[in-house]
Design a protein around this ligand. Structure first.
Ligand code: ADP
Ligand code: 5GP
Length: 222
């Protein structure tokens, strides 16, 4: 009974997907959110892409062979999966379901195909946020300032951005990342509001029943 009570009062987690054309600020906003919020964790995907030197197994990705990935996919262990630039990527189901049930929110860095599948599979749980740059000139300046990519890679990212931008209206919320502080406040406001949704708060039903019960007693006595 005590266990039941505890489960009843736990809020259902939010599955938060943030997407943006490269250079708009998705990584910065996600990093700030993970630092500021205790109750949100990054979903760690599986991938067949080779590990980059800076990446840590189990932290950035779980690195798998193609047969290992195929086994996970075919045995239903992935909530969604996609092929991106010739490599496979997918979201392990168990970790997400566990987080949801414990009332922990999960942040995703997945492509548009994966976002589409995730939203179809978990329509009540997924919240999609699209981050726009204030202008293409500013987005290019940011990509140059970030100094991570050579000119050819920046051009490739801008080409991909054309496709990504087309999907902006699949999303529930849009943030224009002009001033970073304001954009971050908006992201937190979205998460705060989504956490308050009735469907994520099963314990509220019990409070309402108690209020109704007490109100009926007061009305009857007067
Ligand atoms: P993305 O993940 O969307 O490719 P990043 O978060 O890596 O983008 O941001 C690209 C660059 O722009 C980074 O150097 C980051 O520090 C900078 N940046 C992000 N948001 C802003 C902002 N609002 N104003 C100015 N620079 C920003
Ligand atoms: P990268 O190889 O640069 O880490 O990621 C390449 C692309 O794969 C990015 O657009 C990233 O969002 C996407 N991606 C990473 N993990 C997943 C996943 O689990 N599912 C899907 N659908 N895409 C993913």
């Amino acid at each position: 009974m005590a266990g039941d009570d505890k489960r009843q009062s736990v809020r259902r987690g939010v599955l938060l997907v943030i997407s943006s054309p490269s250079g708009a600020g998705k990584t910065t906003l996600s990093r700030n959110l993970l630092e500021a919020e205790k109750n949100i964790a990054m979903s760690v995907s599986v991938t067949t892409r080779p590990r980059r030197q800076s990446e840590i197994e189990g932290s950035h990705y779980f690195f798998k062979s193609v047969p290992e990935f195929a086994f996970m996919r075919d045995s239903g262990q992935l909530l969604e999966w996609a092929e991106v630039h010739g490599n496979f990527y997918g979201t392990p189901r168990d970790a997400v379901m566990k987080a949801l049930a414990q009332g922990q929110d999960v942040l995703f860095d997945i492509d548009v195909q994966g976002t589409h599948q995730l939203a179809a599979a978990m329509p009540e749980d997924v919240v999609r946020v699209f981050v726009l740059p204030p202008s293409i000139d500013e987005m290019r300046r940011r990509l140059k300032r970030r100094a991570e990519d050579d000119d050819a890679t920046i051009i490739r990212r801008l080409r991909t951005a054309e496709t990504e931008l087309r999907h902006w209206d699949d999303y529930d919320y849009v943030i224009v990342n002009d001033d970073l502080d304001r954009a971050f406040s908006e992201l937190r406001a979205i998460l705060d509001a989504e956490r308050l949704r009735r469907v994520r708060r099963p314990a509220i039903k019990r409070l309402v029943e108690q209020l109704q019960h007490d109100l009926a007693a007061v009305v009857a006595a007067n």
